[in-house]
Design a protein around this ligand. Sequence first.
Ligand SMILES: *[C@@H]1O[C@H](CO)[C@@H](O)[C@H](O)[C@H]1NC(C)=O
Ligand SMILES: *[C@@H]1O[C@H](CO)[C@@H](O)[C@H](O)[C@H]1NC(C)=O
Ligand SMILES: *[C@@H]1O[C@H](CO)[C@@H](O)[C@H](O)[C@H]1NC(C)=O
Ligand SMILES: *[C@@H]1O[C@H](CO)[C@@H](O)[C@H](O)[C@H]1NC(C)=O
Ligand SMILES: *[C@@H]1O[C@H](CO)[C@@H](O)[C@H](O)[C@H]1NC(C)=O
Ligand SMILES: *[C@@H]1O[C@H](CO)[C@@H](O)[C@H](O)[C@H]1NC(C)=O
Ligand SMILES: *[C@@H]1O[C@H](CO)[C@@H](O)[C@H](O)[C@H]1NC(C)=O
Ligand SMILES: *[C@@H]1O[C@H](CO)[C@@H](O)[C@H](O)[C@H]1NC(C)=O
Ligand SMILES: *[C@@H]1O[C@H](CO)[C@@H](O)[C@H](O)[C@H]1NC(C)=O
Ligand SMILES: *[C@@H]1O[C@H](CO)[C@@H](O)[C@H](O)[C@H]1NC(C)=O
Length: 563
Amino acid sequence: MYPRLVGLLLLILSFKQRVYCLQLSNCNNTEVTLLRDTEFLTSLTLSNCSLPHLENAFFVRFDHLLHLELQYSGLSDLDDFSLNGLSKLQSLSLCHNNLSTLRSWSSEPLGALTNLDLSHNGFRKLRAKSFQLYPQLQTLDLQGNQISQIEEDSFNGLSHLKHLHLNGNKLQHIDGNFFRGLHRLSSLTLHHNLIKGIEMESFESNTHLRSLRLDQNLLTSLQFLSQRGLARLVHLNLSNNLVQKLEPLGFSKNFELQDLDLSYNNLTNLSKEALSGLDSLERLNISHNQVEVLDTESLGTLVALLQIDLSSNRLTTLPEKLFDANTQLEEIILANNQIRQLSSEMLFNQNHLRYIELAGNALDDADFLQKLSPSLNRLSLYVDLSSNRLNSVGLSSLLHFRYLNLADNNWSCAWLVENLVRKLPASVNFVRPWRVINDWSENITNIEGIDCTEGGSNRSIILLDVSKVPQEKTDNCECVPTYDESNPSPPPLTWPKIPTDRFDSRSVIIWMLVAIAMAFAGLRWLRSFVDRNEKRKLGTKELNNMCVSKIQWQPVRNDHERS
Ligand SMILES: *[C@@H]1O[C@H](CO)[C@@H](O)[C@H](O)[C@H]1NC(C)=O
Ligand SMILES: *[C@@H]1O[C@H](CO)[C@@H](O)[C@H](O)[C@H]1NC(C)=O
Ligand SMILES: *[C@@H]1O[C@H](CO)[C@@H](O)[C@H](O)[C@H]1NC(C)=O
Ligand SMILES: *[C@@H]1O[C@H](CO)[C@@H](O)[C@H](O)[C@H]1NC(C)=O
Ligand SMILES: *[C@@H]1O[C@H](CO)[C@@H](O)[C@H](O)[C@H]1NC(C)=O
Ligand SMILES: *[C@@H]1O[C@H](CO)[C@@H](O)[C@H](O)[C@H]1NC(C)=O
Ligand SMILES: *[C@@H]1O[C@H](CO)[C@@H](O)[C@H](O)[C@H]1NC(C)=O
Ligand SMILES: *[C@@H]1O[C@H](CO)[C@@H](O)[C@H](O)[C@H]1NC(C)=O
Ligand SMILES: *[C@@H]1O[C@H](CO)[C@@H](O)[C@H](O)[C@H]1NC(C)=O
Ligand SMILES: *[C@@H]1O[C@H](CO)[C@@H](O)[C@H](O)[C@H]1NC(C)=O
């Protein structure tokens, strides 16, 4: 008797504990009001519904809700107390609606709410104390609105706020009082606004700020960086602004900074002290600026630097000792400049390099690759020297890199033929894609070619992989010379033969491996299928957090009525 009673009790409990989330789409106000047994719901998602207006106490029957989403539903107006009763609510999303006025929408605090998403609405202005009834908020998302005005004390009382998103709005100026009192704020996104100026005290009380996005604005000055509140910043994005000049010691207070993105600005020169103080900096991006001049000591204090991107600038030379202090460097990206020469000692002290990107420059020698540090692991080194003006390189010491791209250079034909005769490893690439019209079909074929110069004229070597070319006239053709009609250069110089007639024992092995792998995959699937069935039998616990759509919701309700 006793065990049976306990069993019954468990059954009731487990039924009561069923946790449901309900997702409705294309619904309307009437349908939501007619929902029954709403007290079981912990999560409700209404999307693409037609709900322009919510009356007072609309959710009062949903008093166990933890998560509520109401999106893409044309919501433009909530009565003053329409969120009343949601005392357990932890996350609320009203994104992608038509809201324009922010109020609390409740008569008492939503004391459990930690996550509020109001993104992609039509808010223009944040009024003082807007969020006073949401005292526990940790994440507030206001991106994609039209906010141009933030009144003093708008965020008053949000002492737990950690993440604030204000990107994609119309802010022009950051006042000293906007973020006052947000002592726990750790990330702030302000990108994609129209910010021209930032007051000096703006972040004074945000001493926990670790990540600040200010990219895609109209900043010309970075003076605000020296305030005390930004001393613990780790990630700073200033990409896509109008900064022309870095003041000496401008970053001297940001000594915890690890990521600095200055790409797409108007910098022309990096002076000696422009970056000093950035002792912890690991990744520096100055690509897409107008930098012509780098001071020898400009990177001198960046002892932790792992990655530097200076691509798409106007560099013509680099100081020989530029990287001397940066002994941890793994990636150097200098693509798309006009660098004519690199000192051969330049990389001699680098023991951790993995990636050197120099494509699109004007280098005519690659001697710096002959003088790499003896302790550098060449097997993991990736080097791109494509689209330069190299005539020849000492290949023998470069054959064991992870990858070496030498395509599209000014190779001497004699040197090239001599070096192509010996078998190069697959890690060395000379070829670039090439389009020709071939003899076998009218179609243009994409093949691979190498350019070289001989006696002042340009020539091309075309590498033809017979297996890739559509063959119509003959089946056995392996090496019929073709003429490159689209390119009036002399006929190709070499024709690698590709044997196709030999019985390939490797493919048999590969097929066997494939068969074995498939058998294993089948077994595993079978087992997971069995497991799943077993779990299903194990009872209702698995139903926790299960989502039901509108159609499935009805039978569940009937079950309950029957019991
Ligand atoms: C709400 O939707 C139901 C079913 O789709 C429909 O019968 C009803 O007329 C709609 N009510 C309103 C007010 O549009
Ligand atoms: C709702 O509408 C949006 C945009 O019209 C669409 O991307 C989304 O897939 C729709 N969602 C549902 C659940 O119908
Ligand atoms: C939102 O409001 C704008 C104008 O105020 C209107 O053009 C648009 O259709 C509305 N969107 C929805 C989904 O109701
Ligand atoms: C900085 O923002 C730009 C967009 O403006 C983005 O492309 C880039 O990845 C960001 N940089 C970092 C380091 O996250
Ligand atoms: C930034 O540099 C570009 C290219 O040199 C120039 O067209 C633009 O006017 C500059 N912008 C400012 C604000 O100086
Ligand atoms: C580089 O900038 C500094 C100050 O930012 C300036 O003093 C110096 O003259 C500039 N150097 C060049 C070569 O433009
Ligand atoms: C530097 O910034 C540019 C532009 O935002 C981006 O394309 C590039 O990937 C960044 N470099 C690195 C190493 O992340
Ligand atoms: C390519 O190399 C030849 C000599 O081999 C030289 O005459 C020519 O100027 C070079 N072209 C370029 C663009 O550097
Ligand atoms: C040319 O290519 C098209 C599309 O790839 C294909 O349908 C057609 O049969 C080809 N013609 C010849 C002559 O190979
Ligand atoms: C050879 O090719 C280079 C780069 O494509 C070109 O600038 C040059 O004019 C060409 N020289 C001749 C003689 O065709």
